[in-house]
Design a protein around this ligand. Structure first.
Ligand code: HEM
Length: 452
């Protein structure tokens, strides 16, 4: 869609009238994006009921701040849906743990991907981006690739090599991705019952296959961790080794945190990059500007950490992509006590949702909210607590700097050589189960920039 003011990328239809409960369930099962009515995008706060559970949705910067900062204590617990979907995979990993355990793990895990560690980690990103640039440059003009799969492979290589060290990680990424995909294929259906407040032992849930897939992941990770730790004299830097420095972490804890970092750090960045390629393909002027900026900053070499300040437009493209298609579009918490939020008393067990998908398209916060316009991030700073692709508060994404750096370096490195076009006739449809993706695949054609 191209409106008078620019390109409006696709979003699911927004029903005007209230949906019947079963229709809400049907849509929610297909994608978390399809249940929101038009008015929800500008409502600052609303409370609804999903079977036995109260659901409160926060959609203004003030109320988002109140929920995730002022009420961070009673709203520390992730939703039952999230915990149930991820526990077999992550065990007691940081992403879904709480209380004293979460605090201890956060202290061990967050520093290893902190901004101050980027000088040690960014060279891996540069190296992987360069390998993909070589691979794409070898393609004939018009060759078709699945950009979603390519980006998933690229980010898996980055997180694999940083987690386990270059040598072990290099061959590990695809094995872990395979094991994770098998898990994800079975995870979707377990979630609605617990969301509705029903017990999670309902018959018919595909537990055995899920458990088998998670057992496979644990086995793969155990092998990789052992290999990473066995690297002669610790010469190879790795996040696994860094997490152990100065901490006593059991093998199981280390494995759960490695699984957490792999899961949290791989698909999110891959989806961001895939969406960015799609958006650029629809706005050739923006794509040309990224290429020109990258060429002027890099002159053909791959991008490194020191180039970030010269890649401001590329970064704005990533920021605008994260606004329109936040990889984690719904942040859900379960109240562990009775709370007062936005002046409403809500019982223990209430599900509190902060929904970047709504907040980032709230017309009260963003002019032309559905339009792709990266320049908005060059012209001013986004509304405080109104732009939260990495969440906010104590549970904010600890890999924010890692993900942003990786996305900008990879996009700039590749965009100086190629442009991508969507396969003619392919319809892109945003869908979200755990993360927000441009469909199951994203077929695009590669054209070399010099030849164009
Ligand atoms: C564009 C990329 C990324 C996005 C948009 C993103 C987004 C998020 C969001 C929204 C959360 C909070 C989820 C919730 O509250 O339910 C989160 C948590 C987390 N992320 Fe990221 N993330 C990205 C990349 C990464 C990377 C690269 C890493 C690690 C290398 C990472 C590690 C984590 C961890 C460990 C948590 C759990 C933090 C905690 O609960 O204390 N993320 N991320």
């Amino acid at each position: 869609m191209t409106g008078p003011a620019g390109f409006i990328p696709p979003y699911p239809p927004r029903p005007v009238d209230r949906l019947p409960m079963f229709e809400t369930m049907r849509r929610f099962r297909r994608s978390m994006l399809e249940v929101w009515r038009a008015r929800h995008f500008e409502d600052p706060f609303f409370v609804t009921k999903f079977f036995r559970r109260q659901v409160a949705v926060c959609n203004s910067p003030e109320i988002v701040r109140e929920a995730f900062i002022d009420l961070a204590g009673p709203l520390e617990r992730k939703s039952p849906q999230m915990r149930q979907a991820l526990r077999p995979l992550l065990g007691d990993g940081l992403f879904i743990s709480e209380g004293a355990l979460w605090r201890a793990r956060r202290r061990a895990v967050a520093p290893v991907t902190h901004a101050s560690r980027m000088p040690a980690l960014a060279p891996v990103m540069t190296e992987v981006a360069a390998e993909f640039a070589t691979r794409w440059q070898a393609l004939p003009d018009g060759a078709e690739i699945d950009v979603l799969a390519e980006m998933a492979e690229m980010t898996a290589e980055v997180i694999g090599r940083t987690l386990f060290g270059r040598e072990v990680g290099q061959r590990a990424a695809l094995t872990v991705v395979d094991a994770f995909s098998a898990y994800q294929a079975h995870v979707g259906q377990t979630s609605l019952a617990s969301m509705a407040g029903l017990p999670d032992w309902l018959p018919g849930l595909p537990k055995p296959r899920l458990l088998l897939a998670s057992w496979r992941i644990r086995r793969v990770l155990d092998g990789l961790i052992a290999a990473a730790l066995a690297q002669a004299g610790g010469a190879e830097a790795s996040l696994v080794r860094a997490m152990q420095d100065g901490q006593v972490m059991s093998r199981a804890a280390l494995r759960n945190e490695a699984a957490t970092l792999f899961m949290a750090g791989h698909e999110t960045t891959a989806n961001t990059l895939a969406w960015a390629w799609y958006l650029l393909s629809q706005v050739p002027e923006a794509a040309a500007r990224v290429t020109a900026e990258a060429r002027s900053a890099l002159g053909g070499r791959p991008a490194g950490l020191g180039d970030l300040r010269s890649l401001r437009f590329t970064q704005a493209v990533i920021e605008e992509t994260l606004r329109l298609y936040p990889p984690v579009p719904v942040l859900a918490r379960e109240a562990t006590t009775e709370i007062t939020l936005a002046g409403r008393r809500l019982p223990r067990g209430t599900l509190v949702l902060v929904v970047p998908w709504l907040l980032h398209r709230n017309p009260k916060l963003w002019p032309e909210p559905d339009t792709f316009r990266p320049e908005r991030f060059l012209e001013g700073t986004p509304p405080r607590y109104g732009y939260i692709p990495f969440s906010i508060g104590p549970r904010v994404c600890s890999g924010q700097q890692f993900g942003l750096t990786e996305a900008v370096l990879c996009l700039a490195t590749l965009a100086q050589h190629v442009r991508l076009e969507l396969r003619p006739g392919h319809v892109v449809e945003p869908v979200s189960r755990l993360t927000l993706r441009p469909g199951a695949t994203l077929p695009m054609q590669v054209y070399q920039r010099d030849a164009a």
